[in-house]
Ligand binder design. Sequence first.
Ligand code: SF4
Ligand code: SF4
Length: 367
Amino acid sequence: MKSQVYYTDARARYKRNLYDKLETIVKRSEILNCIEKNDLVAIKIHAGEPGNTTFLNPTFIRKIVEMVKEREAKPFITDTTTLYVHKRHNAVDYSISALKNGFSYSTVDAPFLVADGLIGDDYSTVKIDGEILKEVYIGSNIFNADALIVLSHFKGHEMTGFGGAIKNVGMGCASKRGKFHQHSGVYPKIIKEKCTGCELCVNRCSFNAISLINKIATIDEKKCKGCGDCLVVCKSSAIKTRWETKAEEFQKKMTEYAYGVLKTKKAKVGYVNFLINITPDCDCCDWSDVSIVPDLGILASKDIVAIDKASVDLVNKAPINPLGKLKDKIESKDKFYDLNKVNWRVQLEHGQKIGLGNMNYKLIKID
Ligand code: SF4
Ligand code: SF4
């Protein structure tokens, strides 16, 4: 049995812009049909770290808000606070950052509510029977919502290979306790021969876990929270994820968190992946590199595993941007592995194994 994934490419023309195409695939996929009158509908987004310029355009989100309102439901835009201490670490900072990135009521037509409270400790516990986890800690506003619509900017990610719907739900709906829970045990390592002692990672680490010893960066594992933030700032490729098995365990935990979130929604959930500005790094970065491949379009599905599998397959079939980060791997058949040296299949395979979704899909193309 294959799951259905609806797909429209990124081309637009006279009287057929991308909002029109988005509306068509959302309608055809029936992902909003689960929404009932007066439902509180969480629209899960990532509002982007200030400085990032390729997070999901708020005007796409407004289109979904309008469609939810047509069903006489009550949508709100939401995300959780971050583990690291940048500009989305608490609800005040995140709300200001979201406003500055354009997620105002006047733009998206719905309020932006941080899901896990003022300091990230407002969560609800969900019992699961996962391979690794027995309970997960979900931001309360997402836990309490009647329905969940997940809008994901599909791109690379240093810890999970790619970031799509599974990561948007598994990590993105978790409270701070939940994020610690998933990251614990994933410590990066320094390749001493490559370290130039530039201190970029030292200044970036929110937990004072890195110092220079004999002009070489050194990580104090007692302080390290495994957030992965240092990986993205090193320009010398001197920081790597330690032990593939740990990275795999991290992805499994993230997938089991997604399972816990969806358990609370009883199928009142839908997904849209935007394969537009497919950057090598995630939207938590306060910069945006150019896309690794051209804009590919938008996908919609009721299956979280199928939509991510279809998305990664589309990226792997696309030509590489000769001006982007993969310019020296123009023949790459596995772009996210070549970017991040992470086996991204773990999140999909584990998701399928625990009943989160289906890796087999039918791609239904809509013009
Ligand atoms: S950012 Fe990289 S090169 Fe610079 S000190 Fe850290 S590990 Fe070394
Ligand atoms: S050393 Fe790196 S992974 Fe560990 S807490 Fe600091 S930034 Fe995060």
